[in-house]
Design a protein around this ligand. Structure first.
Ligand SMILES: [Zn+2]
Length: 626
């Protein structure tokens, strides 16, 4: 995603979102004895079932098991819920008052990742902009996660997220304590408290870093309603197990269920064949499928299922802006197991959580002939039933498949190196803006290709809408964008950094965003001179290589550090090793990871191999760890 309008975007998303991360009442609390056994298991990794461990986090099921001061869990009274009808309301009396809200939770020992989140609304009668009179403290155990005050007052709810992975295997309290002074009222309103655990897993053993399952093809047939807002049909996914460790299950990621109110979801998978499904986990975004028998190394399997997609309203990467539907991340994709176990990270709306292996896609989209459907891959239209068209899109070696549907205006051209570029504009985009974006797209694809290797996907679609709350969003061969030269050049840069050279976007977001912003600078002639001189770290914990768990908890720093410090670090690396060495490094690094996955450690090793300068202090100074 592009960082343009990042601050506005985050605020707008928080205000507009009605997402409930995880439904209340889904807690599965492991027995203490099981915890002890897992914690002492030694050589074999303990198992982790990705789940959510806060009970009644939405406050819709009475007060149990929360411990509270009087009248905290309530509904109405001038405040409203984030999801459902009830919420927790601390303080708001306008007199000296303390309210508390506590629950004890157990984090399974085998889970290596844990994320605590809640939605917070603060309103106040205080008028000061400088003094925190009334305060809310959020803690896990004895550790203070954050303190909020009347100075945080704002319309609507804001989601707060904290990485609490350090508490894996422990039973610990989550507590909120609100202290109000004798002056004007401040209300701290909480809802949808969740603690998602994931990671770990029973397999593979530490030495087996092979990424699995390796998809061998996604085949999808979907039919839309009259306006392209609802799609239904069937999907199959073939895969093999390249790992020496047998594959006993696979996970489907239903990423767009973040945009629903779990367990009510916009993506529905049913009638699955090829395995046995478990209930959805990780905010309804993960579906575990236990295979009929363990898949040995080199063996193949497949799953098939009926799929329905209901695109919600909103100019978003999965949303509808009037007559136009944007459908990113809607097709279920296989999660990855590697040396860290299964990657079942939560969805992030501040960036991307997506980590997938490249595969071939064949997708047929049966839609009214009045709608155009720009999509990943190259498309061929054939007549369907009366008034309908069947668009068949094929794509090789892509990480996902996205499309849009609507009465777009389409213009096309060919770049100097022969890439077919299509610009699809929603109503309200002038023809001169569309022409300008076509010129930008043609120039950008050739500029990036000259540095990092020829664009392999044949066709590139840019879908332009100025109502997006973000600058742009990247998908293979398909980008969403505002009318913005910088944002469009950035999203097209992602075709190489994220698309062709993949990465774990949740755990290493800098590998796609910083590299893409650096590529954007190069394409637009910016040299980043002196840009490192403005770097000012917020804390000792802040690093360019931090994961989205950190950035979701420190969202105001995400754009600054990941995009700006990240690209400036790469400009500095170029100045350190020399222009020619940097040019060769990135070109050869892309070639070595073409359709594969990049890691920070591999990039650092490649950079070190490209120069006689010892880069040890460079990585330390630029906080690039791993
Ligand atoms: Zn980006």
């Amino acid at each position: 995603m592009s960082d343009r309008l990042r601050v506005l975007a985050t605020r707008a998303a928080a205000l507009l979102s009605t997402t409930v991360l995880v439904a209340a009442g889904t807690a599965i609390l492991a027995a203490p004895t099981a915890q002890a056994a897992q914690g002492n298991s030694g050589a074999a990794a303990a198992s982790c079932t990705a789940t959510q461990v806060v009970a009644n986090g939405g406050f819709e099921s009475g007060t149990t098991p929360w411990t509270t001061s009087s009248g905290v869990i309530t509904s109405g009274g001038g405040q409203s819920a984030h999801g459902g009808t009830s919420f927790a309301w601390l303080d708001g009396y306008g007199s000296a008052h303390t309210d508390s809200l506590t629950q004890s939770v157990t984090l399974p020992a085998g889970c290596t990742s844990a994320s605590l989140s809640f939605w917070l609304h603060v309103d106040t009668a205080e008028t000061t902009k400088t003094t925190a009179y009334d305060k809310l403290t959020a803690k896990i155990g004895t550790t203070t996660l954050a303190t909020y005050s009347n100075l945080d007052a704002a319309a609507g709810y804001v989601k707060k997220t904290f990485d609490v992975s350090a508490y894996a295997g422990q039973t610990v309290s989550i507590s909120f304590n609100g202290v109000e002074d004798s002056g004007l009222q401040t209300s701290f309103v909480l809802d949808d408290v969740a603690l998602d655990v994931s990671g770990g897993g029973t397999t593979p053993p530490p030495n087996d870093a092979t990424r699995t399952p390796a998809p061998t093809g996604y085949t999808v047939n979907l039919t839309s309603d009259a306006n392209g807002a609802n799609w239904s049909g069937h999907q199959t996914i073939g895969f093999t197990n390249p790992s020496a460790t047998p594959l006993t299950e696979v996970y489907l990621r239903l990423w767009d269920n973040y945009h629903g109110s779990c367990p009510t979801t916009p993506i529905t998978v049913s009638n699955l064949t090829g395995g046995t499904t478990a209930p959805l986990t990780v905010g309804c975004t993960a579906l575990k499928v236990t295979l009929p028998a363990p898949l040995a190394q080199g063996a193949s399997g497949s799953v098939g299922f009926d799929l329905s997609i209901a695109v919600p309203s909103g100019a978003d990467r999965f949303g509808r802006d009037g007559a136009f539907a944007f459908i990113g991340n809607a097709l279920p994709v296989l999660a990855v197991r590697d040396a860290a176990g299964w990657h079942l990270d939560p969805y992030t709306n501040n960036g991307e959580s997506f980590y997938t292996l490249a595969s071939d896609y064949t997708v047929t989209l049966d839609h009214p002939s009045s709608l155009l459907v720009p999509a990943t891959g190259t498309s061929v239209d054939t007549p369907g039933s009366s008034g309908r068209t069947v668009t068949t899109a094929t794509a090789k070696n892509v990480r996902e498949f996205a499309w849009a549907a609507g009465p777009f205006s389409k213009i096309s051209g060919t770049s100097s190196t022969g890439v077919a570029v299509n610009v699809y504009s929603v109503s309200g985009i002038s023809s001169s803006s569309a022409q300008s974006m076509l010129t930008t797209a043609k120039s950008a694809v050739d500029s990036h290709a000259a540095r990092f290797g020829a664009y392999p996907y044949g066709e590139l679609d840019a879908v332009i809408d100025n109502n997006f709350w973000f600058g742009g969003m990247e998908y293979p061969g398909f980008v969403l964008d505002l009318v913005s030269t910088t944002a469009l050049t950035h999203e097209i840069g992602h075709q190489w950094w994220y698309g062709i050279v993949g990465d774990d976007e949740y755990n290493s977001p800098w590998l796609d965003e910083a590299f893409t912003d650096y590529a954007t600078d190069l394409a637009l002639g910016s040299t980043g001179t002196n840009c490192w001189s403005s770097v000012s770290w917020a804390s000792s914990a802040e690093k360019i290589t931090n994961s989205m768990a950190y950035w979701d908890a420190n969202s105001s720093r995400y754009s600054t550090v990941i995009y700006n410090y990240g690209k400036c670090a790469l400009h500095d690396l170029r100045r350190t090793i020399g222009d020619a060495a940097m040019t060769t490094l990135l070109h050869d690094y892309a070639a070595a990871h073409w359709y594969g996955v990049s890691t920070t450690a591999e990039f650092k090793a490649a950079a070190q191999a490209a120069t006689t300068v010892d880069l040890t202090s460079f990585w330390t100074q630029h906080r690039i760890e791993g």
